[in-house]
Ligand binder design. Structure first.
Ligand SMILES: [Zn+2]
Length: 77
C-alpha cells in the first residue's frame, strides 16, 4: 500500500500513513493533538524519479505537485 503524507492544521505536525488508495482522500488523526489532519500537498505521491521536472503545487488544486492538478495515475486526481 502507498504511503500518504498528512499535515495537522492545528499543530503543524507532519506524519505519514500507510493506507489503501481508496482511503487516501480521508482525513487522519494527528498523533500529537488528535485533531483531524488533511493530506499534505506535496510531490511525494507523484515522485517518479524525474526530480528536475517537479512543478510547484497549485493552491486549492485537487492534484498533487507532480501532476499540477490534472489527471495523474499516481495520486488518483
Ligand atoms: Zn495536531
Amino acid at each position: 500500500m502507498p504511503i500518504y503524507e498528512y499535515i495537522c492544521p492545528d499543530c503543524k505536525t507532519k506524519f505519514e500513513l500507510i493506507r489503501p488508495i481508496s482511503r487516501c482522500g480521508e482525513s487522519a488523526e494527528c498523533p500529537k493533538c488528535k485533531h483531524q489532519a488533511g493530506r499534505a500537498l506535496s510531490s511525494f505521491c507523484c515522485r517518479s524519479g524525474n526530480e528536475s521536472r517537479v512543478t510547484a503545487p497549485i493552491a486549492g488544486g485537487g492534484g498533487c505537485a507532480g501532476c499540477g492538478g490534472g489527471s495523474c495515475s499516481s495520486c488518483g486526481g
